[in-house]
Design a protein around this ligand. Structure first.
Ligand SMILES: Nc1nc2c(ncn2[C@@H]2O[C@H](COP(=O)(O)OP(=O)(O)OP(=O)(O)O)[C@@H](O)[C@H]2O)c(=O)[nH]1
Ligand SMILES: [Mg+2]
Ligand SMILES: [Zn+2]
Length: 405
């Protein structure tokens, strides 16, 4: 049983549950008392705090971290939305508008040091509905991509994701190279991908099976679910794929039908959806920020704004996993550092020439491999610049001290 100490009547500290405070205050009317969650439940009918956090995906690992690293008085909560360094978090108490501490902002080295949607954070909550985030819990996974137009700069998409629905509409949105990119993103991040082909009401059966054949040829071992948000065909399968307490995020181009899917699954119009532009046949970027919602069946869904580009922003082995065949063949290349482009006795090139590896897939692989190398070098460059700057600053301080003596 968990025993907690609360100071109640002084009003100097806000207990985690106001309602509970009032009830117990009336019951005991003393300065300090102990209670157990089970006892509270028995007396007040208020359900256990952990139950509510459970609904948001809280688990024993997170609780272990909290017990060992987070001082009492800090509430665990999950980031449900982000608007330019302002956050919405959900705790057992309810929803709060949150900001990070100045110290957190000051010590942040890059984007990954800031909270992201899906993150678990430790915060102090206030009666006014405001909270201050002090710490981010260790992440189970983090989805990131190369920020548009800024080489070496990372954009965090979401954190603590179990599955990613890679949503692609079967009309002009369908693009297998882009799918391989999304897969690489997932494989670099420890997120399980599920391909969701949407808008199947817009194509004939023959067209759809053509696309499925292309998919099967190029992408192995990834589940594919075909749906229509219009007729709700395929919804039984997608509902089966969503499990209680797991977190799912939706990735894809603008207009692919991510928000429509989320709205239909939740049975409410939580996210605005928008018509496709007639002139460009593209989405209008209707969703402008990420948002986390909990479905009735217990699944946790994160809607994302549509992406124009999916740049590689990780040096982990996502590519190796995505292009499994190339990876396993490369073990037979003559040179250990073979780039599979011009070398003699390259097992990959030989397989491409024999037609065993799809040429387009191979080209896509090379393109991403180059991007990855470029990303790594710019990150290294930046690190070096930071180091140089640090040295410069140190020398400057030394000189200042010397001069002032
Ligand atoms: N015919 C048909 N239209 C769909 C389907 N799914 C979505 N749409 C339409 O496509 C348009 C875009 O859908 P959204 O759900 O807003 O797309 P989104 O992926 O959330 O787009 P962004 O928020 O801009 O990233 C809307 O007009 C939807 O009604 C579908 O399965 N079939
Ligand atoms: Mg949307
Ligand atoms: Zn090779």
């Amino acid at each position: 049983m968990k025993w907690r100490l609360w100071e109640v009547s002084t009003g100097s500290r806000i207990p985690t549950r106001r309602l509970l405070q009032q009830k117990f205050y009336r019951l005991f009317n003393q300065h300090i008392f102990y209670y157990s969650f089970a006892a509270v439940e028995k007396h007040t009918g208020i359900t256990d705090k952990m139950m509510k956090l459970d609904d948001l995906g809280y688990n024993s690992e997170l609780e272990k971290f909290r017990l060992n690293h987070i001082p009492d008085g800090f509430e665990p909560g999950r980031v449900t939305a982000e608007h330019k360094e302002r956050y919405m978090i959900m705790t057992a108490e309810g929803e709060f508008e949150a900001e990070i501490t100045g110290n957190m902002r000051f010590t942040a080295k890059n984007r990954e040091d800031f909270p992201a949607v899906g993150d678990w954070v430790a915060s102090i909550t206030y009666d006014s509905g405001i909270a201050v985030i002090h710490k981010i819990f260790p992440r189970l996974s983090i989805l990131k991509r190369q920020a548009t137009g800024q080489t070496g700069e990372v954009q965090v998409i979401a954190a603590n994701i179990d599955y990613a629905f890679l949503v692609q509409a079967v009309d002009r949105d369908f693009n297998i190279n882009r799918l391989e990119r999304y897969l690489t993103l997932c494989n670099s991040s420890g997120v399980s991908p599920v391909i969701v082909l949407s808008k199947i009401d817009l194509v004939g059966e023959e067209q759809l099976s053509g696309m499925m054949a292309v998919l099967e040829e190029r992408i192995k071992n990834v589940p594919v679910i075909t749906i229509s948000n219009e007729t709700q065909a395929g919804y039984d399968r997608i509902r089966l794929a969503i499990k209680k307490g797991k977190t799912y995020c939706m990735l894809g181009s603008s207009g692919a039908g991510k928000s429509s899917l989320l709205n239909n699954l939740s049975g409410a119009t939580l996210m605005r959806t928008g018509a496709i532009s007639r002139s460009t046949n593209r989405g209008r970027h209707v969703t402008s920020h990420r948002e986390l919602i909990v479905l009735e069946n217990g699944g946790i869904l994160i809607d994302n704004p549509g992406m124009r580009e999916v740049g590689i922003a990780s040096s982990s082995d996502g590519l190796e996993v995505t292009f499994e065949t190339i990876t396993s063949l490369s073990r037979d290349c003559k040179f250990k550092d073979c780039t599979h482009t011009h070398e003699t006795d390259c097992a990959v090139l030989e397989a491409v020439n024999r037609g065993e590896i799809d040429k387009a897939s191979y080209a896509n692989y090379l393109k991403m491999e180059r991007e990855k190398a470029h990303f790594e070098s710019t990150v290294e460059e930046r690190r070096q610049k930071d180091k140089d700057f640090g040295k410069m600053f140190k020398n400057y301080k030394k000189n200042m001290n010397r001069n002032s003596k």
